[in-house]
Design a protein around this ligand. Structure first.
Ligand SMILES: *Cc1c(COP(=O)(O)O)cnc(C)c1O
Length: 384
């Protein structure tokens, strides 16, 4: 396709990378190629597309766009039906006997995949607090093939040092996998800090409008890319073209949305911090956050995810999430609309009884881009 936008700024690439005007019609918006197969002139003579599980032009545009945003030139992207499908695809790289060092507050679904499914295939994991790298180093063994982290973490908003964790993983020949869903490539680019594979649930900030479920993988390592692409086609959890189009459309406004999320996120965090019914606020943008300096050094903003511990325990937390009206009580995150949830009873309920069970009074906010005063007023009445 025409147009190498890798020289351009982030906002330009978010709109144009992989999305040159359609060569046949000039359509400025990438067409939704709703087709399962492609005509061949003669056996094996085609335009690069044979069957839509393997390749689809709308999906190619999305894969090129995310590659450009996470890593620029020489980067590869792969799209999947969901974030979990992307995560599962990474784990097809593992073999029985391999071990994974897993950050201790990874996404609940990721933990469930490791704890309930991958262990059945001889792939073991160990939960560690990766914000304490000395402790983590002691857990590495010859069998450790992957170190797996999210930063900021969900829902505790801990910040993990990507650069140092990459050095640690590479020192024993392991790969560093970073789930970059919470920050998005606008705020943080793990490949530049040494990560080997970046994962997204594009369902969240990349899609940005709570209207699509999608997953992405990004890497600069061509050998890894080839294996992941082989598994993508062989196992088949690929997204349809309309879903890819929705994510592409969302990404076009990612930079301005992330600026607005970060602005509202900080103001909500400060409001909660000053509120007598709040025990503790977790937001990496607050100077009081224990890893605020690290967050500043590896992120260009702090996003819209804010967690807090309510005074009054479980009942008080449930009452707050029941009472908000602008904040919708719902799972998921990263859309333009503000959401509120109780991780222990909702997104992270599968952790009950595990070593990473949630705090009963923990509330998680996905701060949207509505008028700030309306968000603060809503929280005020819900807390009061
Ligand atoms: C939502 C989420 C996932 C899973 O993605 P799906 O699109 O729901 O399959 C993985 N990691 C993180 C951090 C998430 O927030």
């Amino acid at each position: 396709m025409k147009g190498d936008y890798n020289y351009a700024g982030f906002e330009t690439r978010a709109i144009h990378a992989g999305q040159a005007p359609d060569p046949t019609t000039g359509a400025v918006s990438v067409p939704i190629y709703q087709t399962s197969t492609y005509a061949q002139e003669e056996v094996g003579k085609h335009k690069g597309y044979e069957y839509s599980r393997t390749h689809n032009p709308t999906r190619t545009a999305l894969e090129e766009c995310i590659a450009s945003l996470e890593g620029g030139a020489g980067t590869y992207g792969l799209a999947f039906a969901t974030g979990m499908a992307a995560i599962t695809n990474v784990m097809y790289l593992a073999r029985p006997g391999d071990r994974v060092l897993l950050s201790d507050d990874v996404y609940g679904g990721t933990f469930r995949l490791f704890a309930r499914i991958l262990t059945n295939y001889g792939i073991d994991y160990e939960l560690v607090d990766l914000s304490d790298l000395e402790k983590a180093a002691g857990k590495l063994t010859k069998a450790t093939k992957f170190v797996w982290l999210e930063t900021p973490t969900n829902p505790w908003l801990k910040v993990i040092d990507i650069r140092q964790t990459a050095e640690l993983a590479h020192s024993i020949g392991a790969k560093l996998i970073v789930d970059n869903t919470f920050a998005s490539p606008y705020l943080q680019r793990p490949l530049e800090l040494g990560a080997d594979v970046v994962i997204h649930s594009a369902t969240k900030y990349l899609g940005g409008h709570s209207d699509v479920v999608n997953g992405l993988l990004v890497t600069k390592d061509q050998e890894l890319r080839d294996k992941l692409a082989f598994h993508q086609n062989a196992t088949g959890a690929t997204p349809g073209p309309f879903d890819c189009w929705l994510v592409l459309r969302g990404i076009k406004t990612l930079p301005i949305r992330m600026r607005a999320h970060s602005e509202n996120g900080l103001l909500v965090a400060k409001f909660l911090q000053a509120h007598p019914k709040v025990e503790r606020v977790l937001y990496p943008g607050l100077p009081e956050h224990p890893q605020h300096d690290l967050a500043r050094s590896q992120m260009s903003g702090f996003g819209g995810m804010v967690s807090f511990i309510a005074k009054g325990g479980y009942e008080a937390a449930l009452e707050i999430v029941r009472r908000t009206t602008v904040f919708t009580l719902a799972e998921s995150l990263g859309g333009v609309e503000s959401l509120i949830e109780h991780p222990g009873a909702m997104t992270h309920a599968s952790l009950a009884g595990s070593p990473i069970e949630m705090h009963p009074a923990l509330v998680r906010l996905s701060v949207g881009i509505e008028t700030t005063a309306d968000l603060l007023k809503d929280l005020e009445q819900a807390l009061g």
